[in-house]
Design a protein around this ligand. Structure first.
Ligand code: GLU
Length: 602
């Protein structure tokens, strides 16, 4: 079996050093590869220098990106290398069994393009797929099922990225990940905690139990997990490209696992109806980014089927009408929460797969529409749940008959995905969020290939009428918000995060912290998060309620869930006027991330 336990705990930098270090020499670390044992890589959340840069939540993934950059690959090549490695070391958050969204800045053309590799509903899907006797089925049993699995888009997305904008082959960029899958990675506290939280799901499934549990329990910290199946899957893609994944034995294994999920003992789950033709027919989409402006920045975000770019843009358009720089932090945070509430009311009512539903995009992005929404905000008092507005009045063609359903409470959305960002010496940039939806996706591991299948279909609204109801061939609405910001035509920063619908608020709050409150990006990311998604109450992180701004917000009538939880895991790059770059990852959340630059110092 693919696990050996336990070995020495991985080396980690003391937190005090991690938080202090402004310039870190990680790129000069030479790795002593001991055959048969994984190398414990140090992590640092902050690095400034020149040349290319990368920030991911995984030391091994950041190192893979750096290996490709140092070998002359560009940011797009390095992004695929990092993503493939994240699929190994963060297999519950992302991987080839899922999908995602990549925002790319092409320096030479000065263009931003995006690649949508979102999972697609199989052709057998109907709007009633998650209904029983006309009622939505229980969310957890929908998640752990073949029915939840959408046609995976990640490999097709990587192919589009490499073949259109990259300079390296699958074989070259997958090599570091194949090595990591073979040599293994060491279970850390975060991995152990999150596996523990999902033991019940994983216990039902043969593959997940064998790879990630021992005696039905999460593998202890220090265990080395090797994944020869995933190494095989990557090797086949390296040899034959997308054909290895979307046809042939691997496609057959995916379809079999969806139709007859391999279970432990007598456990049963709903089967799915994915067929070989669904895989063969899958296409990634090259889409125009959502473009908006905020205080002199040009922001490029992800368009539908993600709601990320639109919701962030609408909320910032609302906030732009206030002189936030002149305000105290609690006042700024109050307005940020209120703007988010209004943007979410619209996002919940209107957005979905643009190939199925025509959303009033121009109206939602209109500054005059934002002004109308802003007028609903009480600058001293928290609102209750907001209703969707009428952006059709701000469209060129106002004749569109669709009017929103009454605002609905947001559905349960889980919070496990990964976001990272890479740049290269020529100024190309990638901001990429990808996922298998819930922690551990559907729980189904494809036999022989070691990767988990997504449960992205549970991102659909289970009942309609709604723009986001399940339909054959449709992509469920996402919240992923990989973002690239330019100022005066030059790259300024990138930002993105995992976290389900809290992705939108993490990106928004970090931008406000950085742009309006003037925090350096590492402080903007570190600051305790509050997330308002037009539900019954906001969510906050531990430490927020007791903070000065937390107490001030409570006095303004804000309410949040009693149980505080870590929100998101952001990664960012900041580009400086002198040509240097700062890579920023989390210092604490998700166990801390790994920021690297090609050449340290200025
Ligand atoms: N499925 C979610 C989305 O597309 C992301 C999952 C998560 O971050 O938990 O928005």
């Amino acid at each position: 079996m693919a696990k050996f336990s336990p070995t020495a705990a991985p080396r980690a930098l003391p937190v005090s050093r991690m938080r202090r270090g402004a310039t870190v020499l990680l790129t000069t670390l030479t790795l002593s590869i001991v055959i048969g044992a994984p190398t414990a890589l140090a992590k640092t959340p902050l690095a400034t220098g020149t040349g290319g840069a990368v920030a991911t939540i995984s030391a091994a993934a950041s190192q893979s990106a750096m290996t490709i950059l140092n070998g002359g690959g560009n940011a797009i090549d390095a992004a695929v290398a990092a993503a493939a490695t994240l699929g190994v070391t963060d297999p519950f958050s992302c991987g080839i069994g899922g999908g995602g969204f990549m925002v790319i800045y092409l320096a030479k053309q000065q263009r931003v393009v995006t690649i949508d590799s979102r999972e697609m509903a199989p052709a057998a899907f109907t709007p009633a797929v998650f209904l029983q006797d006309g009622k939505p089925i229980d969310f957890d049993s929908a998640v752990a099922s073949g029915a939840a699995v959408g046609v995976p888009g990640t490999v097709r997305g990587w192919h589009e990225a490499l073949s259109r904008y990259g300079s390296r082959s699958f074989r070259q960029v997958l090599a570091p990940a194949i090595r990591t899958a073979r040599q293994g990675f060491t279970v850390n506290e975060t991995f152990n905690r999150l596996t523990t939280e999902n033991e019940i799901k994983f216990r039902q499934f043969a593959g997940a139990s064998a790879l990630y549990l021992s005696g039905g329990k999460a593998l202890p910290v220090g265990t080395v997990i090797r994944n020869p199946g995933m190494a095989r899957a990557y090797s086949e893609i390296a040899a034959r490209g997308t054909a290895a994944f979307y046809g042939g034995p691997m496609a057959q294994a995916i379809v079999d696992a969806v139709q007859r999920p391999p279970m432990v003992g007598g456990a049963t789950v709903r089967a799915g109806q994915m067929r070989l033709a669904d895989l063969a027919n899958y296409e990634a989409r090259i889409r125009q980014p959502v473009h908006s402006t905020y205080r002199g920045y040009d922001l490029y975000g992800m368009a539908e089927p993600s709601s990320g770019g639109m919701a962030v843009a609408e909320a910032l358009n609302i906030l732009e009408g206030y002189d936030l720089k002149a305000m105290a932090r609690p006042q700024v945070e109050h307005l940020y929460v209120e703007a988010s509430r209004l943007a979410f009311a619209d996002r919940n009512a209107y957005l979905g797969d643009p190939e199925y539903v025509e959303a009033p995009v121009a109206g939602l992005l209109d500054k005059a529409y934002a002004a109308q929404r802003r007028a609903l905000i009480d600058v001293n008092q928290a609102a209750t749940r907001a209703s969707a507005g009428d952006p059709y009045l701000f469209q060129d063609d106002q004749s569109v008959p669709l009017r929103p359903a009454a605002a609905r409470p947001p559905r349960q959305e889980s919070a496990h995905t990964t976001h990272f960002t890479v740049s290269d010496k020529d100024g190309n940039i990638v901001s990429y969020t990808f996922t298998i939806e819930s922690w551990g996706g559907s729980g189904i591991v494809v036999p022989g290939y070691g990767f988990l299948l997504n449960n992205e279909m549970t991102d659909f609204d289970f009942s309609g009428p709604h723009p986001n109801v399940p339909e054959a061939g449709k992509r469920p609405r996402s919240s992923m918000a990989p973002t690239i910001a330019l100022k005066n035509g030059k790259p300024a920063f990138t930002i993105g995060s995992p976290g389900g619908a809290t992705i939108i608020t993490t990106v928004l709050q970090t931008i406000v912290n950085h742009v309006d409150l003037g925090m350096p990006m590492n402080e903007a990311i570190d600051a305790p998060r509050i997330s308002e998604r037009n539900g019954a109450a906001s969510s906050v992180e531990p430490g927020f309620a007791a903070s000065a701004q937390g107490q001030a917000l409570a006095r303004m009538g804000h309410r949040w869930d009693a149980e505080a939880e870590e929100i998101g895991a952001a990664n960012a790059l900041v580009f400086h006027a002198d040509g240097s770059v700062t890579a920023v990852s989390e210092s604490r959340r998700h166990g801390g991330g790994a920021a690297l630059v090609q050449r340290t110092g200025h």
